[in-house]
Design a binder for this molecule. Structure first.
Ligand code: IVH
Length: 675
């Protein structure tokens, strides 16, 4: 009888272990390969913990290929790099007690020695391994399965802060220096990208970490650059040095090292500061999911050694993510600049991570179905990147309302909604939909676009809902009388607004191109387009092939600009703005000096050029017949090398592009301007 029971236990343990392994492998794949995980880190950790405990209890059932023995997922990619020193992970703790247990383990292993811990933020990003040889960047690879990862050098070198050449210092940077770090995206950039993705009708990533992971895998370097990846270095290998000191040295050499590192001489002192450290995380510009506590001394690290997937000398202390519960009051539909419809959850206001929130985007109809969210339900809310409120789960109300049904008409202008092929979002078909007009006008007048002071949300609301403004061009036909006739409009604000609108006629071509709100065209690409074509007329006439010649523009953006310039509504708008006298629409391309020594060359400037500001240097390039590019690409002909160059220098070296040192450039410029 007893035997049978034991057999039963073993066979159910075996079943459960198989179940856990399958699930963990699936979640590894979702997390590491697709960057779109379905469960939280907490849930994942608990599955892994359960599996570890079962393996400990039934060692005869433990499988060699168990996910507890390795980190991450093997990616089926061609460019694999073997990690000379495997990339480990960290064990997680969730309570002060677990932290003290770690400290006890360390103490009993090292005996009565005095030692220090370093405590620093655990960056919620993507692990990468970097190799520097004699101070020169060689490659970057993802973690992969811990033993080999994917070559991501090209994307990692888009990170502005990462020096690709550091001073060669004996014992510090000479020979092979293996660095490990976390690639991440700042919270601010994540929020901006999410907004853009929503506007374009695609589903944004759930959080900064997933954005960074998804970006690191992209094959389009220009898009990667636009996303603005960043990195923090948090480990090194191949050097006999205590951690804190070595990180200081790296920092001095210009390496972006994990910030807020603190040395403690006991675990008790760490405990008394835990709460404060947790609160501090909100002020960071990056996402953290906890703290990493590491033994500082490399000698003790060596004594303590490593387990299969994690070191014994370090541990992670994970913060539980802040969540709040609220009641869903409504699901509203918002109409964006391009008419894209986004459902938004409106719930009772709750306090979350320092602010009061009462709404969260639901992205699209499919997401509403996936969550099965209904008015009256209770929702669990969290902030992605500490900024964007998100509904992470739904607790159904006892008596439930019927499911949400997507209407077939725009809630604002009642035009029919349509879904383009292959897209997941509905779009309003109304050409003059007030909501889309409102969003377009707001963007047109915004600070980085035409900078029209006074054209804020409430003013735009008034102008659009009164029917005075149906299109961007209507702004330039407004009269003082019309404005004063609006409710709550004082004479002075009317005058100021008209003045600001008139002043916007003088704005540059690059601002104007950005202000048009062409899908995918941000400030940088707008500047590149303005520099390349020099006039709106030339841009309107440009073919797709001409557009692709611009450094940051690939096929998709080229098509977006080309199509926009031929949309009847845009043609009409641009013609009208031309007749209103907007400088950006009228000015012809300035004549290039046909005899310039840089004639026809696409030039990138990096570093500072003594005696010239950046704008003056760019102006000099143009006056000598060249055109300026903001980054090195296959189309670049020449790199002007100033003092303290950035990553553009190594980009140019890699691509074998002609390099002109600033001395020679100044010589050319002097003789050219003295002609
Ligand atoms: S030290 C032997 N320090 O978190 C591994 N890791 O969940 C030593 N991470 O694999 C890692 N911030 O990719 C360290 N300040 C930090 C970190 C950090 C994030 C990552 C790292 C690690 C993972 C474990």
């Amino acid at each position: 009888m007893k035997r049978r029971t034991h057999e039963n236990i073993v066979s159910s343990a075996k079943l459960r272990m198989q179940e856990l392994i399958d699930e963990i492998l699936r979640h590894n794949w979702l997390y590491y390969v697709t960057a779109r995980p379905e469960i939280s880190d907490h849930e994942y950790d608990f599955m892994l913990k359960e599996l570890m405990e079962l393996e400990k209890k039934f060692p005869e059932l433990a499988r060699q290929d168990s996910p507890t023995n390795k980190v991450g997922a093997t990616e089926k990619k061609s460019n694999q790099i073997k990690h000379e020193i495997p990339l480990l992970s960290l064990d997680n703790t969730y309570s002060p007690e677990e932290l003290m247990a770690f400290d006890n383990r360390v103490r009993s292993a090292v005996g009565n020695k005095n030692f220090k811990y370093v405590v620093e933020p655990k960056i919620d990003g993507v692990a990468v391994a970097l190799l520097y040889l004699d101070g020169q960047f060689k490659f970057a690879a993802t973690r992969g399965d811990g033993f080999a990862g994917e070559d991501v050098s090209s994307n990692v070198t888009t990170i502005k802060e990462l020096p690709l050449k550091i001073k060669r210092i004996k014992g510090v940077t000479d020979g092979a220096l293996h660095l490990r770090g976390e690639v991440y995206i700042s919270r601010e950039r994540f929020a901006k990208l999410s907004e853009q993705m929503t506007e374009e009708g695609s589903v944004p990533f759930a959080n900064p970490r997933n954005t960074a992971a998804g970006t690191l895998k992209l094959m389009a370097r220009e898009e990667v650059k636009r996303r603005e990846l960043k990195i923090f270095i948090h480990s090194f290998a191949g050097r006999d040095s205590d951690y804190f000191k070595f990180m200081m040295k790296l920092e001095k050499l210009g390496m972006p090292v994990v910030p807020n590192r603190i040395l403690y001489d006991s675990a008790e002192k760490i405990l008394t500061n835990l709460k404060r450290k947790e609160e501090e995380k909100r002020s960071y510009l990056f996402d953290t999911d906890g703290l990493v506590i590491k033994v500082d001394s490399y000698r003790l690290r060596r004594e303590l050694g490593e387990k299969a997937r994690s070191p014994r000398w370090a541990i992670a202390y994970k913060f539980s993510p802040e969540t709040a519960e609220s009641k869903l009051l409504a699901i509203e539909l918002q109409v964006g600049r391009t008419g894209v419809i986004t459902p938004v959850a409106k719930f009772e206001p709750v306090h979350l991570s320092g602010t009061t929130v009462s709404s969260a985007t639901l992205h699209n109809e499919d997401e509403i179905k996936r969550l099965d969210i209904r008015v009256g339900d209770y929702v669990v809310v969290q902030k992605a990147g500490e900024i964007i409120p998100q509904i992470i789960s739904v607790k159904p109300a006892e008596k439930r309302n019927p499911p949400f049904v997507m209407p077939n008409k725009c809630p604002v202008c009642f035009s029919l909604l349509e879904k383009e092929e292959g897209k997941i979002k509905w779009k309003c078909t109304g050409v003059n939909c007030i909501a889309a007009v409102r969003a377009k006008i707001l963007h047109f007048g915004s600070r980085k676009a035409m900078e029209i002071d006074g054209l804020g949300e409430s003013m735009v609301d008034e102008l659009v809902s009164s029917g005075l403004v149906k299109n961007i061009s209507d702004l330039y036909f407004l009269s003082a009388d019309q404005l004063i006739s609006l409710p709550r409009m004082a004479e002075k604000s009317a005058k100021n607004l008209l003045k600001a609108i008139a002043a916007s006629k003088e704005k540059s071509l690059e601002r104007f191109i950005f202000a048009l709100g062409i899908s995918g065209i941000g400030e940088t690409t707008a500047r590149d387009l303005a520099n390349e074509f020099g006039s709106l007329k030339a841009l309107r006439e440009a073919s797709i092939e001409d557009l692709i010649q611009v450094s940051e523009i690939g096929e998709i953006l080229a098509k977006s600009v080309y199509d926009f310039m031929r949309e009847p509504a845009a043609v009409d708008l641009l013609d009208k703005l031309h007749s209103c006298g907007l400088k950006a629409c009228i000015e012809e391309k300035k004549r290039e000096d046909v005899n310039g020594p840089l004639l026809g060359k696409k030039v990138v400037v990096t570093g500072s050029i003594p005696g010239l500001s950046r704008t003056e240097a760019e102006e000099a390039v143009r006056k000598m017949g060249g055109s300026i590019q903001s980054s090195v690409s296959g189309k670049t002909n020449l790199l002007v090398l100033g003092n303290e160059p950035g990553s553009k220098y190594s980009d140019a070296l890699k691509r074998g592009i002609e390099i002109m040192e600033y001395g020679r450039f100044l010589e050319l410029w002097n003789s050219h301007s003295n002609r």
